[in-house]
Ligand binder design. Structure first.
Ligand SMILES: Nc1ncnc2c1ncn2[C@@H]1O[C@H](COP(=O)(O)OP(=O)(O)OP(=O)(O)O)[C@@H](O)[C@H]1O
Length: 393
């Protein structure tokens, strides 16, 4: 197993600066995702790790060795592409065996008939077949060895591409949107399989995706990229619950985080749509952007008035889309169906953030802290005596 360190990676294509100084360290054996919107530089960074692209500045270290100047073939990493990159005229077994054949047999030994005459070639071919078979078993494709890629489903082809990477026992797997050609149900299954495979094989994996759900569900750590920089590198839980910037908060999570304008007074007390919410810690004053996840908004008798525009019933939850009545800011709530059922009105509701869940960002979008002690009184709960209800919600 090998860790990967990227130090100050910069890359421009002509006048377009695609990577603007990316520094990241991936632990050996970790599953790390590079996630961000289209064009943020994820694939370019992956290709620089692989050696398929050279950086203008910066260094790449794999397993403690500086590989910055090395060719892709000399980095001992395996790429898995979105389009599988299988040879259509070869069987599954031949496709998977190819990296081993290229590495262990000379050009003469690979020749169809004459090669077999060289002593030792047969033994090496047997060893390769055995290793390929083991990898195929691991991926449950050992019954497909004689088929060609054209006779396989998308999921099976992707498994063959993974198998071809596994047989090499590389220092790292580099995967570029490997599941994006699969339909939704299969993609979901393959996510789990990839994570399971990673657990068993234990090889450091860098996974590029624009699908934040994929990154969140599969990874030990996630690097959120935007415009050629890494905005945050942390565990899925960290980037979700403690986003470094409002852009990270907006990119991670579906439906998107609610953002509402707020104001902190000189005493640090924060008002949101005319309601006091608590104090921002560390203390700040002036205009703020406030972020609240849809599941952290609740129905509350004395909350912000929201006009309901649209409701989606998803079985286990209800998504309620609306707009604040003062200001028209879009708001989304993710509610338990029973809570929605108990709402006094389906057209005009009052909502409030759950205690300690309101995130505060400064005017530039950097998170400055949490709003403390915002307390929500949910409509279905018996109302406490008025004297004990905090002013907001
Ligand atoms: N070979 C190239 N020549 C010129 N520009 C390029 C080249 N490769 C990438 N780019 C540009 O660099 C930027 C980043 O591309 P990259 O493929 O790394 O983004 P990405 O985040 O992986 O996007 P996507 O999710 O759409 O694949 C884009 O604006 C792209 O057009």
């Amino acid at each position: 197993m090998a860790g990967i360190v990227l130090d100050g990676i910069e890359k421009a294509f002509g006048d377009t600066r695609v990577l603007k100084g990316v520094s990241l360290a991936f632990d050996a054996g970790a599953f790390v995702s590079l996630v961000g919107p289209s064009g943020c530089g994820k694939t370019t960074l992956l290709r620089i790790i692989a050696g398929l692209e050279s950086a203008d500045r910066g260094r790449v270290t794999i397993g403690g060795t500086d590989v910055t100047g090395r060719r892709a073939a000399d980095r001992d990493v395996a790429m898995v592409f979105q389009n599988y990159a299988l040879y259509p005229h070869m069987t599954v077994e031949q496709n998977m065996a190819l990296p081993l054949v290229m590495r262990r047999l000379s050009a003469f030994e690979r020749a169809p008939f004459l090669g077999r005459l060289v002593s030792g070639t047969a033994d090496r071919r047997i060893a390769i077949r055995r290793e390929v078979k083991e990898a195929a078993k691991l991926l449950s494709i050992d019954h497909l060895m004689a088929r060609r890629p054209g006779q396989l489903s998308g999921g099976q082809r992707q498994r063959v591409a993974l198998g071809r990477a596994i047989v090499r026992h590389p220092k790292a797997f580099l995967m570029d949107e490997p599941l994006s050609n699969l339909d939704a149900a299969l993609r979901h299954d393959m996510r789990r399989e990839l994570v399971d495979l990673h657990r068993r094989v234990g090889v450091t994996t860098v996974y590029v995706t624009h699908d934040q759900a994929e990154a969140m569900t599969m990874s030990d750590r996630v690097a959120v990229m935007l415009g050629g920089v890494v905005l945050q590198f942390g565990s899925p839980r960290e980037v979700y619950e403690q986003p470094a910037t409002i852009d990270v908060a907006k990119f991670i999570g579906s439906p998107r985080i609610n953002t509402l304008p707020g104001e902190a007074g000189t005493d640090g007390r924060v008002s949101l749509a005319g309601h006091l919410t608590g104090e921002v810690a560390p203390r700040a004053s002036g205009p703020l952007q406030l972020g609240i996840r849809p599941e952290h908004l609740t129905l509350a008798a004395e909350g912000i008035a929201v006009g309901v525009r649209h409701v989606e019933f998803l079985g286990a939850e209800v998504l309620v889309y609306g707009q604040t009545e003062a200001g028209g800011t879009p708001v989304i709530l993710r509610l338990d169906p029973a809570a929605w059922e108990a709402a006094p009105s389906r057209e005009s509701i009052r909502v409030a953030p759950l205690a300690g869940r309101l995130l505060a960002f400064d005017a530039g979008g950097t998170r400055i802290g949490l709003i403390s002690a915002a307390a929500a009184r949910q409509v279905q709960e018996p109302a406490p005596p008025l004297a004990r209800v905090p002013r907001y919600v």
